[in-house]
Design a protein around this ligand. Sequence first.
Ligand code: ADP
Ligand code: ADP
Length: 228
Amino acid sequence: MIQLTNVSKRYENGVVALNDINLRIEQGEFAYLVGPSGSGKSTLMKILYREEIQTQGKVVVGKYHLNRLKPKDVPMLRRQVGVIFQDFKLLPSLTAYENVAYAMEVTGKSRKEIKKRVKEVMELVGLRTKVNQYPNELSGGEQQRVSIARAIVNHPRILVADEPTGNLDPENAIEIFRLLERINQNGTTVLMGTHNDHLVNEFKHRLIRLEKGNLVRDEYEGEYNEKH
Ligand code: ADP
Ligand code: ADP
């Protein structure tokens, strides 16, 4: 469960990125987060995985009350919240396998457990045959699959996806989207920031819309008609 109560975020330079947001997303939901560029989508998602801290209001992510989160608890929070990005953010000097295993090594699991789980998630994302390739030897769609594998390897309850299809052609975009839906069907909450109106209109899910830091719309199975 994700719950924001009267959450605002004001950056150091005075920009108010979020203004008094109230939002509750239940465990297992799939929600799109839409809105024009600069409307606060990334900021909202960053708050959930503690890349930014709200300047006002209360945030609960699963069992974590972020207002009371200590720096030493941040790694635990991040195991509960997997994140994927538009630009993948893979480590270029590590193979696909190593990128995913690395995320698990910090949890102190044994080499054997890591090997088994990494194999399992690489299989799930359809990259079994490419585990030894480096990011620059993979297509964009494949790199995003590696980043999804990395995000889910520690069994997070929540997956935050910030414009995950933004760098992909329509065919790869849909495949990545389908993969996120599949992960959601296994019980993981998915919050997906996107500009992809085709996906949003074609595959109905809860639709949360921000404009200038305000939550202006929150509906189930909404139609998305934004011109940009
Ligand atoms: P979106 O993801 O919807 O494009 P963002 O959350 O990235 O929106 O940005 C919301 C607003 O906050 C924008 O006006 C942006 O310029 C501003 N902003 C984002 N990050 C920072 C930052 N680190 N410092 C100052 N302003 C920021
Ligand atoms: P797409 O058609 O999806 O954009 P690419 O044309 O980039 O994909 O790549 C097609 C296939 O070739 C992918 O499966 C990728 O793994 C492989 N590939 C691409 N570049 C390299 C490379 N430098 N070394 C090895 N394999 C590569």
